[in-house]
Design a protein around this ligand. Sequence first.
Ligand SMILES: [Zn+2]
Length: 512
Amino acid sequence: MKFSIPLLFLGFFAQFAVAQTSPAKSAPATKTITPAAVDSLQVEYVRTQPDAELWLQPGDRLQVRVKARTGLKVSLWNKHPLPELPAAQNKGETGLYAGTYIVQPGDKLSNLNVPVLVDDTTDVYPYNVFSTSSKVTLLNPAQPLYGVTQSKNAYMNYGLGEDRLGGAKMGFLDSLVRVQVNGKVGRDYRIRLSNTLNAYIPEQQVKLEGPGTYTGESLTSSWSVTGDSAQGKYDYVRVAVGQRLPYTSYMDVDPARIIVDIYGAVSNTNWMTLHRTLREVKNVQYQQIASDVYRVIIDLKHPQAWGYSVGYKGTSLVVKVKRQPPKLKLKHLTIAVDAGHGGTNKGATGKTGIPEKDITLKIAQQLQQELTGKKATVIMTREADVTVDNTTRLQKLREAQPDLLVSVHVNSSGRPEVRGTSTYYRHLAFRPLSQALYEDVLQLGLKEFGNIGGFNFALNAPTEFPNALVETAFGSNPEDEQLLINAQFQENMAKQIRKGVQRFLKETRKRK
Ligand SMILES: [Zn+2]
């Protein structure tokens, strides 16, 4: 942003300049800056990277880019240089200045557009002060900032990467979990999990606490590991933590395990009671894997994990472990079917103009018939052409607690020649469901597009029940699209998906 008030600014500037630096030239304020002098610098922009509100702490990188006339001397407020990039490194463009400054202890900026000094090096004029378009705050680690999560669906991201489905998600947090905020980029707080691990969380999901929050060390104490009655569906691992600390979790395979890492907890566990009511939990143990990370390890009895959730009851962390259903036949199970998109969310559209939402609904309704035909209980996330966002779908599914979930979508590519069928999973433990579905859908003679893991689709995120996404075929490919809009093909697709679910159940019965 063009912003030059050199004379006024210098006094102000002195307040936040790092102590050891002094203004560049002797008594610059005595010279008069003319608008023509400022214009001659041709400053087009002065930006932090990313160009967004930043909260940084010592050790973090502050990156600034400036576009101006070539041949200038550009530096940060503390004289840290922003050298001009060689034109060869920059597609022949001159006048691009960039640099990285590592924030030092004692540096102070409070919600300020960072001053950047631009000097034409002729000694005719003193430097001019411009400032970044976004504001920067440097945090003082001696006064850590804490906040508390606001909802049960607060999610953490690994980084600030974006793709069409959003950044890669690390997992969800329960409400009222206290987190240490050690940075901010745009509208995301960076929270400290351990000495070596940070995560990002949207700012609206955390309420900052006033300064002086007391956070003592948290010692874990005894565990209670119990199950529902014989007819119930869950086992529970309860770990007394002392306060609601952040956690991450995942499922491991071979052996089937649930792993929960609690950040900021130190073991003082000398007592773990395991009750005879347990049906799925085989063993429990813990490891202090770092001075500030306490790992809960839950071994499962069956090779196939059927899901889990993590939350707090008071200040005890509770891992609710879904038992393998006693009878792995459709007539004993509740299957959730998710028809992608709907209402105002049309999804992808191919040559014929028939929207994805119509095709997914038809296949999902056929699948509902296929499954009820085998006496399964079926839950639909939508049964008509209505708008239901993914957050609402997730909430509904978490309440309904199905035994498994299949999402139905139509794929799309910018390259019309791309075609074929594919299935997707997010959690490795749920891969077998996606593989079984893939096997049976391929019987329709579709081209192989693949079985794809680590997929960041909202309805592949739940850990509570096995789930998979079927991208039936490509609506953007004319041949695939002709199949997708064909009623007989839709019926056949639904039948193969039902067979895929049955294949998964059969293979699970056989796994020992
Ligand atoms: Zn879709």
